[in-house]
Ligand binder design. Structure first.
Ligand SMILES: [Zn+2]
Length: 307
């Protein structure tokens, strides 16, 4: 992928307090004052609760979607809220995978997160936004001058999807689950390499700690390792690039399961070096190019990997 200087869409990232009125107004419009008051009483941080679905789903499900060379992960939180992180390249693969992973008839996703505006992460989100109702769209605030990025932006505007900028410390709370951004914490105005500014997300749900590393560089990994410590599940950074999955980071994180999202590519992803380092720490590695759709399920006591 190209690593081009980022074009800053909103140089001053909105603080949580600036975001709150927008989120609350939106929720009030969509689901009413009673829910809003209920929701205010039970949280002190940012809640992006757009749709309350009463389902029997009590387990945590994380789906690693087979979208070719790109990233896309769908999280179904205990209680039923859904979060899609990235949408892979501009093909219909993400839409097809979502259709397979979501319960039949579900045509909405509560929160869609774009970790950074590289085509192998946002391209598929255009068709996702056309096909699914999206409650809120979260990004790191950087934009791209690619035509497909403008199409995504226009689609989100046409579909009246609220857009929110996240950085380190911003979080989503839903029932007992927390999804928190651990990066970026740098000034986006000086970003030269977009992979230094990706949204890195930590999910704490059903006694399971998961890190979604997007395309984080080894420098970012170093900082994240110090914050996150030991984890259970790792979405391996940058499709198994040799420049990520550093030994220092992996020896701190010590994931039991590691997921590489990768497809046909000319970069040599996943590299033997990254795979060897994952092997050295004893992580069980799964790959979307070989395993297809992979789902992790946690019931709070046991982690299951289904493929
Ligand atoms: Zn990527």
């Amino acid at each position: 992928m190209k690593m081009q200087p980022g074009e800053v869409e909103s140089p001053e990232r909105k603080s949580v307090l600036q975001i709150l009125p927008e989120v609350f107004n939106y929720i009030e419009r969509r689901i009413g004052r009673f829910i809003l008051i209920f929701f205010l009483l039970f949280t002190l941080s940012v809640w992006l609760l757009v749709r309350i679905v009463h389902t029997d789903q009590d387990d945590l499900l994380i789906h690693f979607l087979p979208v070719g060379q790109g990233d896309s992960e769908l999280i179904a939180l205990p209680g039923g809220a859904t979060v899609l992180i990235d949408g892979g390249p501009p093909t219909l693969d993400a839409v097809r995978a979502l259709d397979a992973a979501l319960p039949s008839g579900i045509r909405s996703i509560d929160v869609v997160i774009m970790t950074h505006p590289h085509l192998d992460h946002f391209g598929g989100l255009i068709d996702v936004a056309k096909r699914y109702r999206i409650g809120a769209f979260i990004s790191n605030g950087l934009s791209s001058n690619q035509a497909s990025f403008r199409e995504l932006k226009k689609t989100l505007e046409d579909r009246r999807v609220p857009r929110i900028t996240f950085g380190a410390g911003d979080s989503i709370h839903y029932a007992s689950s927390v999804l928190i951004a651990l990066a970026p914490s740098l000034d986006l105005g000086i970003v030269k390499n977009q992979n230094e500014a990706v949204l890195v997300l930590e999910l704490l749900a059903r006694n399971t700690k998961t890190l979604f590393m997007s395309d984080a560089t080894s420098d970012v990994e170093g900082a994240i390792g110090k914050i996150a410590g030991k984890i259970d599940i790792l979405k391996v950074s940058h499709h198994g690039s040799k420049f990520s999955s550093s030994e220092t980071f992996l020896k701190t994180a010590l994931p039991r399961f590691a997921f590489v999202e990768v497809g046909k590519n000319s970069y040599g992803h996943p590299t033997p070096q990254a795979l060897a380092r994952l092997g050295e720490i004893g992580a069980k590695v799964f790959r979307t190019d070989k395993d297809g759709l992979i789902t992790v399920r946690s019931d709070g006591a046991t982690l299951f990997v289904l493929k």
